[in-house]
Design a protein around this ligand. Sequence first.
Ligand SMILES: *Cc1c(COP(=O)(O)O)cnc(C)c1O
Length: 396
Amino acid sequence: MASGKRSTGLIHHPYKPPGGFEAVAPGVHKASTVIFPNVHALRTFDWKDKSGYTYGLHGTPTTFTLEERIATLDGGRFCVLAPSGLSAMALVDMAFLRTGDELLIPDNGYEPGKSFAAGELAEWGITHRFYDPMDPADLAAKISPATRLVWLEAAGSITLEFPDVPALVAVVKAANQGRERPIVTALDSTWGAGIAYQPFELGVDISLQALTKYASGGADVLMGSIVTRDEALHRAVLLCHMRLGLFIGVNDAELVLRGLHSIELRYQRQDATARELAVWLQGQPGVARVFHPALPGSPGHDTWKRDASAAACLFSAAFEPGISQARIDAFCDALRLFKLGWSWAGPISLCAPYNVPGIRKLGWPHAGGLVRFAAGLEHVEDLRADLAQALPQLQA
Ligand SMILES: *Cc1c(COP(=O)(O)O)cnc(C)c1O
């Protein structure tokens, strides 16, 4: 047989997916091309309502399964997956903001998300302002006729204030009375991960997660999700997603599907570890204050108690003002189990020093430096011992 003939036979070799094979893990289905049964199907299949597969970019059985599970996790109806948490934030911005609109961002919001507002959005004639997430009256004062989108984040990045989301949403709902284009509320719920609270019970329109964190759990995947209950909002996000040609790799979807099986277990274990370490760290020399929503006195503690049933792996320490940045850096460098790095909720504990006054537009009341910690899956006693052996560096 001529080799060309063999290739045709191989390409058209009949194949049937295994029947009766109900594995625990959903199958990994990859495609750019999806073959239609006939021209009628090609003309009529509509990717938007998931009634048929049309093109890899519009989803495969694997990505549809992940979308449905993330929607379930968040307590929503629809889910759009993006290549990272940050791209999911930009996608929400692009889906709802037009020239002349204004975006409101919490002052303690995820820092890289603000740079899209300051960069592309500003260039497109979309303005943004920052509001104090701990003061609903400040949000009310900053809403204008141009406001179209309000970001929320619970808990806040780095300093972990827990905002009164229902009160902030109530401010937006009041402002929406009689508006032609209602203001959309989007909550970055990466910290809650669908475990600590249910985003839609707090009243928001959209829940965003960096699945990079808890859903993956392995520190080896980047992905974001946008979950909605309202079909019109979902359509707006979905159409923008399609026009931008965004897609997530099916092998990454597989990893996140696997991570989801243990998300609650990991969340609870890291919660317990972080709380124990946060309480212990409070009394240590050189530590002025520890931020963790479960600690009485941490900003938003009462709201956290009312609205959440668990807390993420994060806690931050503000040091005494007399302790230099060089000493704080030496402390971080002396840690052995806590590694220096950004993307938390993986197996390894992390820490990072932050210059909070340098990133807050509305001010920050503490004079000293700050380190944010993320508990991994190590044993809590080992982590406490690691902190204890490094703390003398603060006084050296
Ligand atoms: C990590 C993170 C993001 C961005 O996720 P990436 O996948 O790293 O882009 C967004 N919001 C919060 C709160 C995060 O912690």
